[in-house]
Design a protein around this ligand. Structure first.
Ligand SMILES: Nc1ncnc2c1ncn2[C@@H]1O[C@H](COP(=O)(O)OP(=O)(O)OP(=O)(O)O)[C@@H](O)[C@H]1O
Ligand SMILES: N[C@@H](CCO)C(=O)O
Length: 307
């Protein structure tokens, strides 16, 4: 039996559409073993109706993709899923299936693929590397796909940074949140975003946290998606008033994330109270960045897979 622990992730971080991402201290566990025949997928009772338990399950699809890639045919497969990452909320639940499923399959058959093979396969499956890469290697990642390879840098953020993660009680499929984006954007909007994505990355590397509220601003996706998030403007104003270092839509939404460098619990309590006035229910968490990405769990100990 292989056990893999894979983190939630937040893509885009405002301006870095499809290229920036960060791993969060919140995990799913995938257990997998080869059995004599058939496919058996077990999931938590609370996920019934949300997650498929047949060949359409994304963990199975990802494992099969790796087996096909190396020409391996398992006799049968048992997959057990322990899920903590909210589904379809912009916290990389699908990327966790892809990253965790590929790593579990690779480990199950003696690691025929190396780290870079897995990163590329995962990015191809998800269509962009901004969730799967931090899920695999942890930290904050900057990445693009170039000629059959993912070119990337992994960044450790300053220790004082924690994230306020605000998860509403409704789902927003990535497919729906991508379908509303325009196919072309004005040159000024492209310049607006590349300048801020570069500023965000450079500021996080050098500790210039004062730049962050401006650096997470975006014109490529949030202006189109914010209509899908009730009370967007009020929430953004409140976050600025509380002195956070910038708030952004997590991935395709609907979760919102604020960067904090102090007063973590005070801000969480304030936001909890503020959001309670709205008709949707919001769960509000303070989360650390996950530094290591996917881990192989063996006898209670974690082993980092993608060093
Ligand atoms: N634990 C899981 N097991 C199997 N399938 C899952 C699991 N979690 C998510 N999925 C699949 O992924 C789909 C959600 O993917 P989607 O890209 O819409 O949201 P997300 O990954 O949570 O958000 P984002 O990509 O914005 O971070 C679900 O509908 C389901 O098919
Ligand atoms: N970059 C992606 C992340 C969600 O998969 C998006 O914003 O659509």
């Amino acid at each position: 039996m292989i056990r893999v622990k894979v983190p939630a992730t937040s893509a885009n971080m405002g301006a870095g559409f499809d290229c920036l991402g960060i791993a969060l201290d919140l995990y799913n566990i995938i257990e997998a073993e080869e059995i004599e025949s058939g496919l058996k997928i077990t999931i938590p009772e609370s996920d019934r109706g949300y997650i498929e338990t047949d060949e359409r399950n994304l963990v199975f699809i990802s494992m099969k993709r790796l087996f096909d890639e190396v020409g391996y045919r398992p006799k049968g497969l048992h997959i057990n899923l322990i899920n903590n990452i909210p589904i379809t909320r912009g916290l990389g639940s699908s990327a966790a299936c892809i990253a965790g499923g590929l790593v579990a399959a690779n480990e199950l058959i003696g690691c025929p693929l190396n780290k870079n093979d897995i990163i590329y396969l995962a990015a191809k499956m998800d269509g962009h590397p901004d969730n799967v890469l931090p899920a695999l290697i942890g930290g904050m990642t900057v990445a693009c796909i170039v000629e059959g390879e993912v070119k990337y840098v992994r960044i450790d953020l300053p220790d004082c940074i924690k994230l306020l993660v605000m998860v509403p009680d409704f789902q927003l499929p990535t497919s729906k949140a991508r379908a509303i984006l325009p196919q072309n954007v004005p040159l000024q909007d492209a310049v607006f975003n590349i300048s801020r994505a570069a500023l965000l990355t450079a500021s996080l590397i050098t500790g210039r946290l004062d730049n962050l509220p401006a650096a997470v601003d975006d014109r490529l996706h949030q202006p189109y998606r914010k209509g899908l998030i009730p009370h967007w403007n009020e929430i953004m104003s409140k976050m600025a008033e509380l002195g956070t270092k910038g708030t952004f839509l997590s991935g395709a939404g609907p979760t919102l994330i604020a960067i904090m460098d102090k007063d973590y619990d005070k801000i969480r309590t304030e936001m909890d109270k503020f959001l309670a006035a709205f008709e949707q229910h919001w769960d509000v968490y303070v989360m650390d960045v996950c530094r290591y990405g996917v881990e192989l769990l063996a006898q209670g100990k974690g082993e980092i897979v993608c060093r």
